[in-house]
Design a binder for this molecule. Structure first.
Ligand SMILES: C[S@@+](CC[C@H](N)C(=O)[O-])C[C@H]1O[C@@H](n2cnc3c(N)ncnc32)[C@H](O)[C@@H]1O
Length: 214
């Protein structure tokens, strides 16, 4: 019997993913959404000016959020463990100096990379599905002085290390992320909870950390 690896599980997830709409409510063809709800929550401006910045996304899926940052002049690399995601992203958004996609586990990518990034993002991505004790020090190593990590996932604290074999989620509460980020060497770490559009739904935990300025 074939072992269900995380890559295979995510590939199965990818087959059920619906492509992003052609335009959002404002009529834009690219946009960045930190939450799982359409036209909801903060946009990319929480990252500051990304023009000319080196941006890495961990768990970039079909590349929609990263493609938006590329239109703003960022030099973007997306890493995703599911083999089809990079091809889907390239087909929709193209590939060039400002946008590239890599098929790899985030931990393996960070361990092998010698590049430095100004911004690392992860939107319901690899930061949610990887042991923070392993991932955060690796992100810290690859961020440039003054760089920042920003990521989001469902606000469902209390299920740290919840196991949904073979995929595991780290649903840490905001303060636990802050403590873990400071322990990994980040200079500042903050979080906010973006309320859901409807009280029956989960909110979104949005976590941000900055590197020492060097
Ligand atoms: C819920 S989807 C979110 C995709 C995208 N960030 C978005 O907002 O549309 C999670 C993505 O993370 C990827 N992923 C999960 N674990 C990963 C890992 N360890 N390394 C790299 N990518 C991972 C999955 O393949 C999937 O594409």
């Amino acid at each position: 019997m074939r072992e269900i690896t995380p890559a295979l599980a995510w590939e199965q997830f990818a087959t059920r993913a619906t492509p992003r709409r052609a335009t959002n409510a404002a009529g834009a063809t690219t946009w960045l959404n930190w939450t799982q709800y359409p036209d909801h929550g903060p946009d990319e401006t929480i990252l500051g000016d990304v023009s000319g910045k080196r941006v890495l996304e961990l768990g970039s899926g079909s590349g929609s959020n990263l493609a938006h940052l590329a239109t703003l002049g960022a030099r973007c690399t997306g890493v995703d463990i599911a083999p089809s995601r990079g091809a889907v992203a390239e087909q929709r958004w193209g590939r060039g100096a400002g946008l590239q996609f890599v098929t790899q586990d985030a931990v393996d990518y960070l361990r092998a990379s010698e590049d430095h990034f100004d911004v690392v993002i992860s939107i319901f991505g690899a930061t949610w599905f990887t042991d923070p004790a392993v991932l955060l020090p690796l992100v810290h190593q690859r961020l440039a002085p003054g760089g920042r990590l920003v990521f989001s996932h469902n606000d469902q604290p209390g299920n740290a290390g919840e196991r949904e074999r073979p995929i595991r989620k780290w649903n840490l509460a905001g303060q636990r992320w802050v403590d873990s980020l400071l322990a990994a060497g980040f200079a500042t770490a903050t979080f906010e909870i973006v309320p859901p559009p409807n009280a029956d739904l989960p909110g979104t935990l949005l976590v941000s950390a900055t590197m020492p300025s060097g």
